[in-house]
Write a protein that binds this ligand. Structure first.
Ligand code: CUA
Length: 162
């Protein structure tokens, strides 16, 4: 009768393992990336979030931010600073909730904030969005993880959580 107990616990462990695995895959697959909003890739400025003055980081209220990014071959447009220079580095206070909204003017790009859960595919015609609490200080690199052409590896920006 001991064999039966071992058999049952073995089967039980296997089922538990599969459930955990399945749940993990399901959870990852349903991580809140929204593709609900459509946009004209040739006229992204028609969408409020992607008007030149709204690109980059905007503070909504204390501890709440929106980060709007227009991807294109081979750049992440985060707006410009007071001197008219392209912003490539964003600083976010630790513990802030950030809504990332990314679109593309041309081909499919990726938006992966290396070392975080933020990993989105950015497709022409759509706004990819994801909200995340940035509670781990550090410097994170934005990388494009969809091959988009010869300058693919030049697509770059950094987000610093301080
Ligand atoms: Cu953009 Cu690869």
């Amino acid at each position: 009768k001991y064999e039966k107990i071992w058999l049952f616990s073995g089967v039980g462990a296997l089922i538990l393992f599969l459930v955990v695995l399945g749940y993990g895959a399901f959870y990852m697959g349903t991580h809140p990336q929204s593709h609900g909003v459509t946009i004209d890739p040739e006229n992204i400025e028609a969408h409020d979030a992607f008007k030149p003055e709204n690109l980059g980081l905007t503070k909504v209220e204390e501890g709440k931010y929106i980060l709007n990014i227009a991807a294109s071959a081979f750049n992440y447009d985060l707006g410009t600073d007071e001197e008219g220079k392209a912003v490539k580095h964003i600083r976010i206070p630790k513990g802030s909730t950030v809504l990332f909204q990314v679109t593309t003017k041309d081909v499919v790009h990726g938006f992966n904030l290396a070392g975080t859960n933020i990993n989105m595919m950015v497709e022409p015609g759509y706004v990819s969005s994801m909200e995340e609490v940035m509670d781990k200080p550090g410097e994170y690199t934005v990388v494009c993880n969809e091959y988009c052409g010869t300058g693919h590896h030049q697509m770059f920006a950094t987000v610093e959580v301080y």
